[in-house]
Design a binder for this molecule. Structure first.
Ligand code: URA
Length: 248
């Protein structure tokens, strides 16, 4: 099927759509050996040979994986220190997939991986506010008024957080700890850990249990599954809807 060149390039994971437009304008893109510099030119990735700076982008199959990341694994395609990386767990996947956003080394749970650059960009763009829910086990049992601060938004060193949905999941006063369910609509670095730190209850365990309308469910730790076409379509849709909605 013919599509606009910048869309094909972005979907192939070359770069964001905007960057791909720049590559086209800079004369770096060829279709069947001809340099194309006009934005909006169409091509068919299944039948045309498309190259960027001489490299064939091919007609790669799109993969969308939901992975249950164990703690102690790096969300990265390589690690100079030889630690375990998420792609170590993707036996049987030949395509080069990369994570949609990231989870800290010590965070476990739902991580999406794909080779569809445009999809990844859509879901991680700050404008789209895709909700992400975590179970955070914290030191001590936070008071309702402390959780209210997280619900309203709290000042961190990089600014106020957007309002979050926060609920008690499990309270264990004997062990002086509690597990709190928290849904955030942003994706700042170590955000959940920093939010609980800010109310004096550091996180001892953090697990992401949902992303948009996807749930980790009973998927075993260290195991992945392919998303269904419906799940991919719904996620795309939810990113667009969430992006169009004003924050609280
Ligand atoms: N917030 C964190 O603090 N860590 C994560 O890995 C994800 C969200």
């Amino acid at each position: 099927m013919e599509e606009r060149l910048q869309k094909i390039l972005a979907q192939a994971g070359v770069a964001s759509r905007r960057k791909c437009e720049e590559l086209i304008l800079a004369g770096k893109v060829q279709v069947n050996g001809e340099t194309v510099t006009v934005l909006g030119t169409k091509a068919d990735p299944a039948t045309d040979t498309i190259t960027v700076a001489g490299k064939n982008i091919g007609a790669e199959q799109k993969l969308y994986l939901l992975f249950n990341k164990p703690k102690g694994v790096i969300t990265s395609a390589s690690d100079p220190h030889g630690r375990k990386i998420v792609t170590d767990y993707l036996k049987g996947i030949k395509e080069r997939v990369y994570p949609v956003g990231r989870l800290d080394y010590d965070t476990e749970g739902l991580l999406l991986l794909t080779n569809d650059g445009e999809f990844a960009h859509l879901l991680t763009h700050p404008k789209h506010h895709v909700p992400k829910t975590y179970l955070a086990t914290v030191k001590g049992v936070p008071h309702g008024t402390e959780l209210d601060k997280l619900k309203k938004g709290i000042m961190l060193e990089d600014g106020m957080t957007a309002p979050a949905e926060v609920e008690y999941h499990d309270v264990d006063p004997d062990n002086k700890q509690a597990t709190i369910s928290i849904t955030i609509h942003e994706g700042r670095n170590r955000q959940v850990r920093r939010m609980f730190e800010a109310i004096g209850h550091p996180v001892t365990r953090l697990k992401r249990i949902s992303f948009g309308n996807l749930f980790l469910g009973t998927l075993k730790r260290g195991v992945y599954r392919h998303l269904t076409k419906n799940e991919v379509d719904n996620l795309r849709q939810s990113a667009v809807v969430a992006g169009g909605k004003k924050q609280h």
